[in-house]
Design a protein around this ligand. Sequence first.
Ligand SMILES: CCCCCCCCCCCC(=O)SCCNC(=O)CCNC(=O)[C@H](O)C(C)(C)COP(=O)(O)OP(=O)(O)OC[C@H]1O[C@@H](n2cnc3c(N)ncnc32)[C@H](O)[C@@H]1OP(=O)(O)O
Length: 255
Amino acid sequence: MAFTEDTLPSLEAWKCFVRRLEERYGLREVPRASWLGAQRPDFLSHALQQRVAYLLPAAVCDDLSQKEARFCSISDQSSTEAKVAVPGAIIAAYVGRNLQGPSGGVHGGAIASLLDASIGMATNPRSDPDGYVTAQLVVNYRQIVPLGSYVLALAYVHDREPARRKCYGMSRLVDAGALAQSTDTCALQLQRPLEAARRDTARERVYADATALFVRQRHRPETHGERSLQTAAVNRVESVSGFLGAQARPWRASL
Ligand SMILES: CCCCCCCCCCCC(=O)SCCNC(=O)CCNC(=O)[C@H](O)C(C)(C)COP(=O)(O)OP(=O)(O)OC[C@H]1O[C@@H](n2cnc3c(N)ncnc32)[C@H](O)[C@@H]1OP(=O)(O)O
């Protein structure tokens, strides 16, 4: 599938976004979108056409060297990576006027949804994208989120109890500032814990934070929808995007 005139500007902005993430958070392991574009143009093109940028670093295992790092489709269950849980995740989103709450700022439910989804992404391996579900979510609302903001939810997993089917995670919702300037929702799963998510930094405005307990389901509901892993994962991001009412407008980041 070839890139079209419509998707190219988004690709450039996506590269810019990844570069800024690298600079701000030192995410050396976040691979370059250009590399992804070269290796998996079909998948990236699909993601962009869906207006969902979903970056898939394949080498999350420490025993894989950076040289061996490559991207793969999330439907590639045979890769070692696909079986490993992802320790960190970032969601970038635009929260618009359609999300106005009684406070005059962004509704708390939308904020909770973003925090929940980011921890869910950090919790669930791509080989089993809906294995763990939210059992408990505790949100601290620290500042009103102005309507029309660009925000980042920075999530990481801090504890796992596989035998008891439990996984604990945290997330912070911060002002994206100049980092993300897109009305598209974008999500990244990270191959290493997101150190930046663990601490408050003076340069960021923290709107809210959350702790969550995710529990692995014993039995899946019968009507579980699409079972294709690739589609399922994109759907997860799209559900957040749809809930937030993301605009179908192209990226606006300046390079
Ligand atoms: C690429 C991919 C991207 C993927 C990206 C994915 C992002 C998705 C993110 C969004 C996720 C959602 O919104 S999920 C939707 C919202 N959540 C739900 O609908 C969940 C509904 N609830 C349930 O299905 C169930 O209650 C469960 C599965 C959570 C738990 O039921 P269960 O399986 O019977 O568990 P049970 O044996 O009772 O408990 C297991 C252990 O967990 C503890 N536990 C259970 N529930 C709780 C609780 N609410 N608060 C505290 N602790 C609890 C128990 O005490 C026990 O601990 P111990 O005694 O062993 O110590």
